[in-house]
Ligand binder design. Structure first.
Ligand SMILES: [Zn+2]
Length: 102
């Protein structure tokens, strides 16, 4: 998988870090990844290519809905549903495996 480390989200750079170590939140709950709003930075737990890609898309959608302002008008639960739905939709309909760095 092409492990791209920078994306442009509506004109703003979002950096990505891939961690081999498991990620946990402040309550010790395991995370596949997270988006740090203050740093415009995503951290992904590097798992299988499929899981890593789906998590990356999920976190990029978080960045997108935050940047667009949508995050301010929908609940946290709705944000999670949107991120997860779009992640599945994009992964299932676009072949991400073909994208390799030249
Ligand atoms: Zn999420």
């Amino acid at each position: 998988m092409n492990k791209r480390k920078k994306f442009c989200v509506l004109g703003q750079d979002v950096t990505v870090e891939y961690s081999e170590n498991p990620l946990v939140d402040e309550t010790n709950r395991q995370l596949a990844g997270f988006f740090d709003i203050k740093k415009n930075h995503i951290v992904i737990h590097d798992e299988t290519d499929k899981d890593t890609m789906k998590t990356l898309i999920h976190e990029l959608v978080h960045a997108l809905i935050y940047r667009s302002g949508v995050a301010q008008i929908i609940t946290v639960e709705a944000q999670e549903i949107l991120c997860e739905s779009l992640s599945h939709f994009i992964y299932e309909n676009f072949d991400m495996r073909r994208q390799k760095r030249k």
